[in-house]
Design a binder for this molecule. Structure first.
Ligand code: F6P
Length: 364
């Protein structure tokens, strides 16, 4: 039988299991294919002994409904910068792609399907240039990959955030409070913006539009003056004030780790107090709740379509490409193009205009 290896890398995302099931079920129809799964991204192949499983109907039965990934995932274990222990016990990072390629041929793998975000697809591109028959499937709840209109997991995350937002509105209203809800979005404000519009937030702070804290306070004060004694703010974790430090993409991961420990919502809370906000403020950091649990129906469908298409790309020999969703069609794009730009919210987009049109302030 011919073999295709599947893996999931980077942060998890609702819909990953539906992709895996889609690949398996489509491959099963071909009779002469079997699907292997590397546990914890490429680590499963690189580990001693290898941790690679053969997928079966039993293993994938009903998994499209479940969050997470049956293949596990990790942000650690990039084969381009792989941690290995020296004889003296210390660690170094090496380019381990040649070893990976040797092991893939030992496994008799004809093709690899790498389900992951921008970091994972950068790895896919390097492996493709080294001769690996690889296909990418885009994954991120943040929706910041520009080659695809939407990624699976994004709408589930927005739904979870909106449900939480609705709950925070009633308690803000009862207590005349300012409620700050922090959502994910290190580089892009898609989750924040969609949640703000779906929930009806007064303020939405996103990385693409640095905010002026005085304008944020003025907006809140005006509402209180009008007698609407509460305000709800959605802030993306990557948002920052106008005069704050602006982080480049590379430095953002480190910054994200820093703010994660403090919480951007808490930072905003103290900035508001310093800038003269008199109202009582409370903060809620949603965190990984947004990435967990069962994917909504749309994401299950999109993820299944991605899985089926990815396997059909294997059959057609369409390597070095990533499956994508553009203009309501499932299509493909070169990994090179897919990894060259990011999808962030454009300040002059209709979404922003419309949000402003219904009175949402971005503090700009
Ligand atoms: O996928 C990106 C993301 O959703 C970011 O918005 C967030 O910073 C990150 O995941 C957190 O992931 P982890 O805690 O797994 O590093």
């Amino acid at each position: 039988k011919k073999r295709v290896l599947v893996l999931t890398g980077g942060g998890d995302c609702p819909g990953l299991n539906a992709v895996i099931r889609g690949i398996f079920k489509r491959a099963k129809k071909e009779k002469n294919w079997e699907v292997l799964g590397s546990i914890e991204a490429f680590n499963g192949v690189l580990k001693e002994p290898m941790e690679v499983i053969r997928l079966t109907s039993k293993k994938v039965a009903g998994i499209h409904v479940k969050g997470g990934t049956i293949l596990k995932t990790t942000n650690k274990g990039n084969p381009l910068s792989y941690p290995v222990q020296r004889e003296d016990g210390s660690w170094e990072k090496i380019d381990n792609t040649d070893e990976l390629i040797t092991r893939l041929s030992q496994l008799g793998v004809e093709a690899v399907i790498n389900i992951g975000g921008d970091g994972s697809q950068n790895i896919s591109q390097v492996l493709y240039e080294k001769g690996v028959n690889i296909i990418g499937v885009p994954k991120t709840i943040d929706n910041d990959l520009s080659a695809t209109d939407f990624t699976f997991g994004f709408r589930t995350a927005v739904q979870i955030a909106t449900d939480s937002f609705d709950k925070l509105v009633t308690t803000a209203e009862s207590h005349h409070r300012v409620m700050i809800m922090e959502v994910m979005g290190r580089d892009a404000g898609w989750i924040a913006l969609h949640t703000a519009m779906a929930g009806g937030a007064e303020l939405c702070l996103i990385p693409e539009i640095p905010y002026d804290i005085h304008k944020v306070v003025n907006h809140i004060n005006k509402r209180y003056k009008k007698g609407k004694g509460f305000a709800n703010i959605v802030i993306a974790e990557g948002a920052h004030p106008k005069d704050g430090e602006v982080f480049q993409r590379e430095a953002k991961a480190a910054h994200a780790e820093h703010v994660r420990l403090g919480g951007v919502a808490y930072q905003l809370s103290s900035q508001l107090k310093e800038a003269g906000c008199k109202a009582e403020i409370r903060e809620a950091v949603l965190g990984h709740v947004q990435r967990g649990g069962t994917p909504i129906a749309f994401d299950r469908v999109l993820a299944t379509l991605f899985g089926v298409k990815a396997f059909e790309m294997v059959l057609d020999g369409e390597f070095g490409r990533m499956v994508c969703y553009r203009g309501n069609k499932i299509c493909t794009v070169s990994l090179k193009e897919a990894t060259s730009t990011y999808n962030v919210v454009k300040k002059d987009s209709y979404l922003i205009q419309a949000a402003k049109g219904i009175g949402i302030s971005f503090g700009d």
